[in-house]
Design a protein around this ligand. Structure first.
Ligand SMILES: Cc1cc2nc3c(=O)[nH]c(=O)nc-3n(C[C@H](O)[C@H](O)[C@H](O)COP(=O)(O)OP(=O)(O)OC[C@H]3O[C@@H](n4cnc5c(N)ncnc54)[C@H](O)[C@@H]3O)c2cc1C
Length: 479
């Protein structure tokens, strides 16, 4: 075949108006935006064998569980803005259930069930003071610091294991990194605008997908409404993206090439940070700095199935270990609202702890988790689990982590530069969303925005996104 040993000079397998790299939420919604503007000559190149991206479901213990996103985070307040993921979920009849994070929780420490709900509630107040004081800093244009500095300045630091577990639940469980690793300013609306209707967000509610077609169903069903078979290529792994004044040309790992007038790259921040995909010419310094200055955090759900439930009747459990972040947040799926009788429970770890367990064999992680359960339930002989599973997001070359997080050295100019197009090559995806980075609706919002922008390009009204060559704010030591 003329393309089997293709180099970048070879004849492309096909030429299109637009190529879309990645078939996650951003890629599919960008495709829909093109379709809505009457553009049908586009091709989605996706490495996996289905649409959905990080929406990956898994059969576990007779149920379909979610390796990745599980919640529609923020719904709608009154007639205010509606989370677009909720809208699609309702449209396609996705089965979801309200998840009561704060009102249905049992607390544990190494002595078993110990009531520290007062400490838990106090951590909610401490987090609120962190968020409000961050907002005040933004108003005064004060420099960013870490969220840990913010906690300290607010005299709201966590000391005991119980305080640390309660803080973790407020903070790391959402950001997937520690307060030390996270910007204080970024917390100013409580991790971007998602939960704040006054700022264009939705509500504080979280709906857990329990749909047995998988959470991904809402996206695949939406895709089915407008995508034609020839507009998607599955099992197509992009290795090289070359762009010039006249076109974008992409090479797959099997050597095939495709070209287009414009392209939208939706690969995760983690993929862009690694060398999984090469750019030609190499990314300019300002783009590389922007990509490198945001963090790809990792969030890991570890699933266990037992012959029958022996744990709390609440939806959530919190375990305070002497080591902060060690198997802290537990969620019962064997609950009347979710999968009653399933015997399934999962525990979540994040950040560096996620990276740590990815390096361990499953058997060791399982033993550690069971060890924690023995401490949480000292009067119960913990049976051998029927099933055990956790995904390794950080090691997965298609994702390299779970979602983006904003470190204190990240400036809004970096975000502009992250989004900025390089000529005919545009970028989209969760990390590019200034309002909702980290979330499904962030990926949606950017897909819609960038898809619409590229449609304008195709129709002759191209707009370039703003960027700056140098992000400045350093004040060198005055000696
Ligand atoms: C564990 C976890 C929990 C989460 N929880 C939630 C939650 O509850 N609620 C929420 O709103 N958000 C949550 N998120 C975040 C949410 O999943 C993302 O924001 C969203 O899915 C990102 O969509 P995207 O289209 O930007 O990127 P992706 O979904 O990553 O899409 C990019 C696509 O590119 C493909 N790809 C990558 N490399 C290549 C290559 N070289 N060639 C071809 N294709 C390639 C990938 O296979 C993927 O399909 C969670 C994420 C994870 C991992």
């Amino acid at each position: 075949s003329p393309v089997a040993s293709a180099t970048n000079d070879s004849v492309p397998a096909s030429h299109h108006k637009v190529l879309i790299f990645g078939g996650g939420v951003s890629g599919v919604i960008a495709a829909r935006a093109l379709h809505d503007k009457g553009i049908s000559d586009f091709l989605i190149l996706e490495a996996r064998d289905e649409l959905g991206g990080r929406l990956i479901s898994h059969s576990f213990g007779g149920k379909v569980i979610e390796n990745g996103p599980n919640w529609i985070q923020g719904t709608q307040t009154g007639s205010g803005p509606e989370n677009p993921i909720l809208k699609l979920a309702l449209k396609h009849g996705l089965k979801t259930q309200f998840n009561d994070y704060f009102g249905s929780i049992t607390t544990y420490d190494p002595d078993g069930s110990t009531d520290y709900i007062d400490i838990f509630n106090n951590a909610v107040d401490k987090y609120t003071s962190l968020v409000n004081s961050a907002g005040a800093r933004v108003g005064k244009s004060l420099v960013d610091l870490t969220s840990r500095s913010g906690y300290l300045i607010n005299r709201a630091n966590a000391h005991t294991p119980q305080e640390q577990a309660a803080e973790y639940y407020q903070f790391d469980w959402e950001y997937a990194q520690t307060p030390e690793q996270t910007s204080w300013i970024a917390s100013s609306w409580g991790n971007n605008f998602t939960y704040v209707p006054e700022a264009g967000g939705f509500s504080e509610d979280n709906l857990l997908s329990i749909d047995q077609r998988g959470f991904k169903y809402f996206l695949q069903a939406e895709g089915d409404e407008f995508l034609e078979a020839q507009q998607i290529r599955y099992n197509s792994r992009v290795k090289n993206i070359a762009h010039s004044d006249s076109q974008v040309r992409v090479t797959l790992d099997d050597g095939q090439t495709f070209s287009a007038d414009y392209a939208i790259c939706t690969f995760s921040l983690g993929v862009l940070q690694n060398d999984d995909v090469r750019f030609e010419p190499e990314l300019p310094d300002y783009k590389l700095e922007a990509i490198s200055s945001m963090t790809m955090a990792t969030y890991t759900k570890i699933f266990l199935q037992f012959p029958k439930k022996f744990w709390f009747d609440t939806e959530m459990g919190l375990y305070a270990d002497s080591e902060r972040g060690r198997y802290p947040v537990w969620q019962s799926l064997d609950h009347e609202n979710f999968f009653p009788g399933s015997g399934i429970i999962f525990v979540t770890v994040t950040g560096d702890y996620s990276q740590r367990i990815e390096r361990l064999p499953d058997s060791q992680v399982k033993e550690e988790v069971l060890g924690v359960m023995r401490q949480m339930f000292p009067n119960i002989t913990i049976p051998e689990p029927l099933d055990f599973f956790f995904p390794r997001w950080f090691s997965d070359p298609l994702f390299r982590g779970s979602y983006s997080n904003w470190p204190p050295s990240f400036f809004s100019e970096h975000h502009d530069n992250l989004r900025a197009n390089l000529g005919r090559l545009y970028f989209s995806g969760e990390a590019m969303s200034q309002k909702y980075f980290g979330f499904l609706h962030g990926a949606y919002d950017e897909g819609q925005n960038i898809g619409t922008l590229v449609a304008q390009c195709v129709q002759g009204g191209c707009v370039s996104l703003k960027s700056v060559q140098l992000v400045r704010n350093a004040h060198p030591y005055e000696i």
